[in-house]
Write a protein that binds this ligand. Structure first.
Ligand code: DGL
Length: 270
């Protein structure tokens, strides 16, 4: 266990797979001097269809791995893991643990015009009611319509981002939300930032999109600043990528989510 996090230690980030690299991408934009160790649990992805107990157990193991690698803080880049395991992780580990949910809710409520919120995510995230609860606690007047959208992750992983079949699925998924007149749509899944262009074309200006990757990165920056944990070293920051199952498909997908290249992928054993 890392008892006293040091500013020049790397930031740890984990996700059920490689989707969390959308958060790493956003982190590298806003915190270009930070070194990052990323763990993708590709051997056990998806988490979205698993039971809360299993998601919590996997999340503890993922965090243990990162803490054993000396990280100064852990970013839970997975919405499903955040929804089910954040409290457990925060009470189990001594390093700061930051999830994607809080920043996403913050960004949702930052617009005072927000009155009708739609939330899309994995079955696990929506079933946990974590987003719905957090928003309702802070703004009981807001109408919330949440919808599990489990087919989106496979479409995105297949690269079918502009495919007519995806658009048809999206139309179906979004109909009940649009029928409720939502003005904001929370993209409560690591993969969904890749859908922003297609969603913008489908929804136009009338629905604001809240993407948890960039809001989470901004939150991490603020937390590190507050804790005096920003990296001060002048050497080039590093990105280490660990996967619990390493395949060519996972590596190609990782490049798409990160929007760039990385060094050699390392095999993680949890
Ligand atoms: N990373 C998951 C999330 O953000 C999506 C993939 C999965 O189901 O594991 O909810």
């Amino acid at each position: 266990m890392n008892l006293s996090p040091l500013p020049n230690s790397p930031l740890g980030v984990f996700d059920s797979g490689v989707g969390g690299l959308t958060v790493v991408r956003a982190l590298r934009e806003i915190l270009p001097n930070e070194s990052i160790i990323y763990l993708g649990d590709t051997a056990r992805v998806p988490y979205g269809s698993k039971s809360p107990d299993t998601i919590r157990r996997f999340s503890v193991e993922d965090t243990q791995f990162l803490v054993a690698h000396g990280v100064k803080a852990v970013v839970v880049a997975c919405n499903t893991a955040t929804a089910h395991a954040l409290t457990t992780l925060q009470t189990t580990f001594r390093v700061p643990i930051i999830g994607v949910l809080g920043p996403g809710v913050e960004a949702t409520l930052a617009d005072p015009a927000c009155e009708r919120v739609g939330i899309i995510g994995t079955a696990g995230t929506i079933r946990s009611h974590a987003y719905q609860h957090e928003i309702a606690m802070r703004r009981p007047d807001i109408l919330i319509e949440a919808k599990a959208t489990p087919l989106l992750v496979p479409f995105i992983e297949e690269g079918w981002i502009d495919h007519p079949a995806l658009k048809s699925v999206l139309r179906d998924y979004l109909k009940p939300l649009l029928d409720k007149g939502i003005d904001t749509l929370v993209l409560a899944c690591t993969h969904y930032p890749l859908l922003v262009p297609v969603l913008k074309r489908m929804l136009g200006q009338k629905v604001r999109l809240v993407d948890s990757a960039s809001t989470c990165a901004a939150h991490v920056k603020a937390q590190l600043e507050e804790a005096g944990l920003l990296r001060t070293a002048k050497s080039k920051p590093t990105l280490e990528l660990f996967l619990t199952d390493h395949s060519e498909q996972a590596e190609n997908l990782a490049k798409r989510f990160l929007g760039g290249d990385f060094g050699r992928v390392k095999k993680a054993t949890l």
